[in-house]
Design a protein around this ligand. Structure first.
Ligand code: C5P
Length: 239
């Protein structure tokens, strides 16, 4: 039987946030970012296998934290596994820990704690429909400029073909695993930056990536100001 697999990456240090602890363990209205994500994911109706990737020292703590969060009667099985130095390594370890039956995989950043159930469902459905890799995206609202040394503006960038990309991102498991294998075995190229999302890993391996509508609720926590924005979004959502 095939099932949905979700890799929740939560092993980052969160240095830009400066909260004195890994970002995924920061609290938003009394619950950690991980708990917010787990409660959304385990309410997804079809069930599946969720692998949470955390810093090794916090693995035991994470298991007890999330077992209290899972909805009674949920069809989700949860595992916790240690992460790597870079995000793509954490994703790789998460894929390796997924049950073999998971043939569609969603990768989600714990740093997007309010991504709603409908977004997970939209992405998973589009992967199943097309067999392509699928990412949620929003149009870019701000005017964009390319800036050089000393803060001098070189040019305005045409924003019409640009989008801002979120997670969860969805993939056929075989394609995602093969693309990460390829990245892991490639000789490091100092002129190339590491991939910042999984869609790029798949594209570097020649895969097709398509977009679906993103959701403002999937806003990412990066700097302290984002915490205020997420608090406000959560208050609005829960009334
Ligand atoms: O650092 P950034 O905010 O881009 O991280 C995005 C997500 O990837 C976060 O949820 C973070 O916990 C995760 N991550 C990880 N392992 C790393 C780096 C980041 O799981 N080594």
């Amino acid at each position: 039987m095939s099932t949905l697999g979700i890799v929740l990456v939560a092993a980052g240090r969160g240095e830009r946030l400066g909260a004195g602890k890994p970002k995924a363990f920061v609290e938003l209205q009394g619950s950690t970012l991980i708990e917010h994500c787990v409660s959304t994911i385990t309410a997804l109706p079809h069930g599946g296998h969720l692998v949470i990737v955390v810093p090794e020292a916090l693995a035991a703590e994470t298991l007890s934290l999330v077992s209290a969060t899972v909805e009674p009667g949920s069809l989700w099985e949860i595992s916790v596994t240690p992460g790597g130095r870079e995000r793509h390594e954490s994703v790789r370890f998460g894929i390796d820990a997924l049950h073999d039956t998971a043939n569609v995989v969603l990768v989600h950043d714990a740093a997007r704690p309010l991504a709603p159930r409908t977004l997970f469902e939209r992405v998973a459905a589009e992967v199943a429909r097309t067999g392509d890799s699928v990412i949620p995206a929003l149009p870019v609202a701000d005017t964009l400029k390319r800036v050089g040394e000393g803060g001098i503006v070189h040019e305005t960038v045409d924003r019409s073909p640009l989008v801002a990309v979120q997670t969860p991102q969805g993939f056929l498991r075989e394609q995602l695993a093969a693309a990460h294998d390829r990245l892991g075995s490639a000789a490091p190229d100092s002129s190339e930056n590491g991939p910042t999302d999984d869609a790029e890993v798949v594209q570097r391996a020649g895969g097709t990536v398509r977009v679906v509508a993103g959701d403002m609720l999937a806003h990412k926590l990066t700097v302290p100001g984002d915490l205020m924005l997420l608090e406000a979004l959560l208050t609005t959502e829960t009334g």
